[in-house]
Each structure stands twice: as structure tokens, then as C-alpha cells.
Design a binder for this molecule. Structure first.
Ligand SMILES: [Zn+2]
Length: 258
């Protein structure tokens, strides 16, 4: 009995520390969770890509290029002998539904739904931007890949690769048909690096523009104006319930769930 008392007397501060951490730590983690998650999502994809054989696969993270005055930001580009992989990463949680061709995908958490622009289409835009920059390099195969973290529950039907980041490497390695020589691969890698805007202010400006564009689209939809063509949006009754569609249909096919 005496020994127990002795131990407590000598190590009370350790106990106090343990109790303090048990109380304080969970709330600290909670506070930073979204930031830590986003950080880890992005960093771990960079980490996974760094494990590719660097002799065969050249990786550029966060490539920002200027094509005729408009800026494209591409999360990851992998230049290999098998083609160029254009990777778009998404940190969304919850059920993710969508397909190859729709303008928007849906994120569902409990009963809350949120629309976001189809990342396959977004990535298609990125490929066009890179193609424009690499116009002197013809006949190159481009592979778009959309990557989600494990936070997402993917219910997506698409021909384009839409995968969890844990499957990213095997998805890249699926493509083994040689299309680019070593010399050409290194030339493209060097050239893209010279085109990369690394200036911090330009990057900030670009992020601000994206946010403004997004707000603009949301405001238009709220005011029943089609963000694609400017016509009125009208309420329609479809197979899957009520939705808003463009009054300019079939010329404009914009729709959004209400
Ligand atoms: Zn329209």
C-alpha cells in the first residue's frame, strides 16, 4: 500500500499530464481536422506519386499554366513513356454520385445535397490546356484520372478513371503501351516546368478568380438564370423528381436538382 502512495506522490504530474491531454487533445484535433485532412489528402497523393520509378515517371505537382490569358491549375501531371497522366484530386466527403457527361455531380451527407462541377469535365479542360501548351508535340496519349480520398463513398459511373487515392498507382500502371521516347518524355517534362507559374501572387489571384466564378454561378442559379446561356431557368418535372432546367432547351441542356 505504501508503495502505491509513494508512486502517486512521485509521479502525480505524469498523471496530471495524461488527464490534461485526454481532455484537451480531442478538441484540438477536432478543431484542425478539416485542415489536417485536406493537407494529408494532397500530401499523401504527392507522396504516393513520389514512389513511382522516377526514371520512367516524371511528376509535376500543382502545375499552373497560362493558355492565352486564362490560367489552368492542374493538381498533378505525370509524364511517362506510356503517355501523360492528368490527375485531379477531390477532398469531398459523403456519397458522391455522377457520371461522365453530366455538368454536375452530387455530394450527399445525410440528407444534405451539394452540387459540384463534374471533375471529369474539369479535367478535360485541363487536358485541353496542356495540349495547347504542348501543341508542337503531336500524337501524345493523355490519361485523365480523378482521385478521391477515402472520405468519399464513390457511386460514380464513368469510363474515365475515377479512383480512391490508394488505387492511384495501380491505375497509372495499368497503361503500359509505350507511346513516348525517353528523350521526348524528358523534353516535355522540362518544357512544362518552364511554363509553370510559380509566383505566389499569381497563384493567389487565380484561386480568388475561381471563387468569384463559383459565387457568380450560384447567384445566377438562385435568381433562376441559366449560368450557361443566360436564359431563364424553369421548374420541370422529370423521371427522378422536380428539377430546374434551362428554358432554352433543347439548345441548352443545363439542369440542376432543386
Ligand atoms: Zn441555358
Amino acid at each position: 500500500m505504501e508503495t502505491v502512495v509513494n508512486i502517486l506522490r512521485n509521479s502525480w504530474y505524469i498523471l496530471a499530464l495524461i488527464i490534461l491531454f485526454a481532455i484537451v487533445l480531442p478538441s484540438v484535433i477536432k478543431l484542425f481536422k478539416p485542415r489536417i485532412k485536406g493537407f494529408f489528402g494532397e500530401k499523401s497523393i504527392t507522396f504516393f506519386l513520389s514512389r513511382l520509378d522516377s526514371k520512367k515517371y516524371k511528376v509535376i505537382n500543382n502545375l499552373m499554366i497560362n493558355v492565352n490569358g486564362s490560367i489552368a491549375q492542374i493538381d498533378h501531371v505525370v509524364i511517362s513513356n506510356f503517355g501523360i497522366f492528368i490527375i485531379e484530386t477531390k477532398n469531398y466527403k459523403g456519397f458522391i454520385t455522377g457520371n461522365e457527361y453530366g455538368d454536375y455531380w452530387t455530394q450527399t451527407i445525410y440528407k444534405y445535397k451539394e452540387k459540384f462541377y463534374n471533375p471529369i469535365k474539369q479535367n478535360y479542360g485541363h487536358i485541353q490546356a496542356i495540349k495547347a501548351i504542348l501543341k508542337e508535340f503531336q500524337n501524345i496519349i493523355y490519361y485523365p484520372i480523378v482521385v478521391f480520398t477515402m472520405e468519399a463513398d464513390l457511386k460514380v459511373t464513368a469510363d474515365t478513371d475515377v479512383v480512391y487515392y490508394t488505387h492511384l498507382i495501380e491505375t497509372i500502371k495499368k497503361y503500359q503501351k509505350e507511346n513516348i521516347s525517353d528523350v521526348l518524355r524528358d523534353k516535355i517534362y522540362t518544357y512544362l516546368n518552364t511554363q509553370n507559374i510559380t509566383d505566389k501572387n499569381s497563384k493567389k489571384e487565380h484561386i480568388k478568380n475561381i471563387q468569384e466564378k463559383k459565387n457568380d454561378i450560384e447567384n445566377k442559379i438562385k435568381s433562376n438564370i441559366c449560368p450557361k446561356c443566360g436564359s431563364w431557368l424553369v421548374i420541370r418535372n422529370g423521371k427522378y423528381g422536380i428539377f430546374k432546367g434551362c428554358s432554352n432547351y433543347p439548345k441548352c441542356k443545363f439542369t440542376i436538382n432543386t
